[in-house]
Design a protein around this ligand. Structure first.
Ligand SMILES: O=P(O)(O)OC[C@@]1(O)O[C@H](CO)[C@@H](O)[C@@H]1O
Length: 319
């Protein structure tokens, strides 16, 4: 930690701040399509497909050739390393397809989590990640995920989330990270997966916003929640409740969903070319639902989806 330090030059501050704000523009959020090869393998296996380079490419092509309306709801896509260099059948680079839709391409830059020595099976990535991103003109999406495994209640989940977030912002301050040019990607505060009493959306919203109020500086432009094993519909309804919640909310509160934006898409596709349009339609519908939820305007149950209610929890989820 050093106190002799210069803020990034004004041009870099402007650039980072503008990108971060564009990503969390009203009614917009992120499609997290950054599953590693092995995680993508599990998704493909679920629909009976082999984990080949070509199937992964075809699936991402399906996502990124969805009609340009997608850009009305999705402002950014997080890509996995191999996808950054892949192209559609007609030779158009995926990043170009995204730009044509007004979507900002991003990339997962960590190389996966490693066990945190001495902890209870917790994992970590490199702590200087955010600072390195900014030095390279990339907006870091800082993702401290408290997994939902366990039978804990909402209060316990809130306290642990607050503890983790407080630590994260101390670390970002220690590393002189320019907060206006960052986004936070936390879990929502929910009851543990095995908790006998499940919190309702209003309770989730209260606990989540309270945890954020206590820990996240107002300089941060936006909070883009991960879906963390919630079903597609739960993730939309909870995000909507968070935005409807009356209270101090100095940040945009939106989505950066992986599973909760793709479960129905994968199911509708099933690896068949003739299903591509139906699968893209699933993506559009769920993206629209989340866009409305980010504005606090989603009506529960209005988007069904092939896997809308399916639980997406994965025990000891890691990537
Ligand atoms: O919790 P979700 O919304 O499914 O995914 C959140 C996420 O961080 O975890 C995934 C790792 O599998 C990433 O691809 C994704 O960005």
């Amino acid at each position: 930690m050093t106190t002799h330090w210069n803020y990034p030059d004004p041009a870099l501050q402007d650039e980072l701040r503008k990108i971060a704000n564009a990503i969390v523009a009203p009614g917009k959020g992120i499609l997290a399509a950054d599953e590693s090869k092995s995680t993508m393998g599990k998704r493909l296996q679920d629909i009976g497909l082999e984990n080949t380079d070509e199937y992964r490419r075809k699936y991402r092509q399906l996502l990124f050739t969805t009609c340009p309306t997608l850009g009305d709801y999705v402002s950014g896509v997080i890509l996995f390393h191999e996808t950054l260099y892949q192209k559609a059948d007609d030779g158009t680079p995926f990043t170009e397809l995204l730009k044509q839709r007004g979507i900002i391409p991003g990339i997962k830059v960590d190389t996966g989590v490693v066990p945190l020595f001495g902890s209870n099976d917790e994992c970590t990535t490199q702590a200087r990640y955010a600072s390195i991103c900014q030095a390279n003109r990339i907006v870091p999406i800082v993702e401290p995920e408290v997994l939902p495994d366990g039978a804990h209640d909402l209060e316990r989940s809130q306290k642990v989330t607050e503890t983790v977030l407080a630590y994260v912002y101390k670390a970002l301050a220690d590393h002189n990270v320019y907060l206006e040019g960052t986004l936070l990607k936390p879990n929502m505060v929910t009851t543990g997966q095995d908790c006998p009493t499940k919190a309702n959306p209003a309770q989730v919203a209260h606990a989540t916003v309270t945890a954020l109020q206590r820990t996240v500086p107002s300089a941060v432009p936006g909070v883009t929640f991960l879906s963390g094993g919630q079903s597609e519909e739960e993730a939309s309804v909870n995000l909507d409740a968070i935005n409807k919640f009356q209270g101090k909310k100095p940040w945009a509160l939106t989505f950066s969903y992986g599973r909760a934006l793709q479960a129905s898409v994968l199911r509708a596709w099933g690896g068949k070319d003739e299903n591509v349009t139906a699968a893209q339609n699933e993506l559009l519908q769920r993206a629209k639902a989340n866009s409305l939820a980010a504005l606090g305007q989603y009506t529960a149950g209005t988007v069904a989806g092939k896997a809308g209610e399916a639980g997406l929890f994965v025990k000891n989820h890691a990537y």
